[in-house]
Ligand binder design. Structure first.
Ligand code: HEM
Ligand SMILES: CC(C)=CCC/C(C)=C/CC/C(C)=C/COP(=O)(O)OP(=O)(O)O
Length: 300
């Protein structure tokens, strides 16, 4: 290979690593739960949507990069995370930390300057919550880590709402609560499948500490509350029939997935399939629920 070809390959892989540090696939859903609430809250300009999307990406991406810096020891032990830029030796930890802080600082400036200060502060609060409360503290110390720490992932609707209205109100907190109750069934479905990884890394995830049965029971309770929470706004007239039908069908499928995981024999391949399905479907569920809110508001 010539020097120029080697140089080009190196810069392509650096770009790929920088993008990987932000966990782009996770951010895609975080952005759905940021932008959809903007259209529930009002009629945002495309400029505001663009800036919030960009600022939201940078803030969440910065949080994820700092998470990879702080978790570099455990990421090295788990098969799911071993190939990330730090454990694989492709990036220096300090460089990753600097990259994460740079992204978060840029996002704060951008949101404060082009949108409003409350939006910037809420996004920054999400960053701090994820980095310090979840990653630094609860992830390694409590099986309830993702319940309390999961609140970080529920900040995006607050950010979107504040960007359009300049304030927070009960409706925004309600969307926060929906994501809060969604997180346990989303994550524990995966945690049940990745127990060996978490055990090796010494992370006290619920299935390892409480046991599988208790974790699956808790998943069920969170799902039942989630369903009630998602249907209730219709009773207050916040949404119409399109949203109601979507919430019932989408929620019913999630409930069915959790019930199957809970009832099947864990020694069988079919249980593994059901847990994977529930984890994957939880992602589709949240995206479609938020899209249904927007469609309902637009044409309902
Ligand atoms: C504390 C709360 C949460 C925890 C502990 C958690 C944990 C995880 C983990 C460990 C994965 C697997 C990632 C991988 O394979 O590398 C995952 C996947 C994912 N999570 Fe979560 N999650 C949380 C909250 C959220 C939130 C709030 C969202 C968005 C609203 C979200 C969106 C996603 C998406 C889109 C994926 C799929 C990524 C892919 O396919 O590569 N998660 N989550
Ligand atoms: C408003 C704003 C900027 C909010 C930030 C929210 C944010 C980045 C949420 C991410 C939630 C998440 C993917 C947790 C998984 O972390 P993990 O450490 O358990 O996953 P891992 O093992 O794959 O690293």
């Amino acid at each position: 290979m010539t020097g120029a070809v080697i140089e080009e390959a190196r810069s392509t892989s650096l770009t790929r690593d920088l993008v990987a540090l932000t966990k782009p696939r996770i951010i895609s859903l975080l952005l759905v739960t940021t932008v959809a609430p903007m259209f529930v809250a009002g009629r945002p300009s495309w400029w505001t949507v663009l800036i919030v999307t960009l600022g939201g990406y940078l803030m969440a991406g910065g949080a994820n990069a700092v998470n990879m810096y702080l978790d570099r020891d455990i990421d090295d032990v788990m098969s799911r995370t071993r190939l990330r830029p730090i454990p694989s030796g492709r990036m220096a930890p300090q460089a990753v930390l600097a990259f994460g802080v740079l992204l978060a600082t840029t996002a704060t400036w951008m949101l404060a300057h082009f949108v409003n200060v409350l939006t910037a502060l809420l996004a920054l609060a999400g960053f701090y919550f994820y980095v310090f409360i979840y990653t630094r503290w609860l992830k390694r110390s409590s099986p309830s880590n993702i319940v309390i720490g999961g609140a970080a992932g529920a900040f995006p609707p607050l950010v979107g709402w504040a960007a359009v209205t300049g304030r927070l109100d009960l409706a925004a907190l309600y969307l926060f609560l929906i994501i809060f109750y969604w997180t346990p069934p989303h994550f524990w479905a995966l945690a049940l499948l990745k127990q060996k990884d978490y055990g090796r890394a010494g992370i006290p995830m619920a299935p390892l500490v409480w046991g599988e049965r208790e974790t699956m029971d808790q998943m069920l309770w969170y799902t039942v509350v989630l369903l009630a929470l998602t249907i209730l706004p219709v009773a207050f007239g916040a949404f119409g029939l399109i949203y109601l039908a979507s919430a019932i069908v989408l929620g019913g499928l999630l409930l069915r997935g959790v019930l199957r995981v809970r009832s099947l024999d864990r020694q069988h391949e079919i249980w593994t399939k059901a847990a994977w399905w529930t984890y994957k479907y939880s992602l589709l569920y949240l995206a479609l629920l938020f899209v249904a809110m927007v469609i309902d508001r637009a044409i309902g």
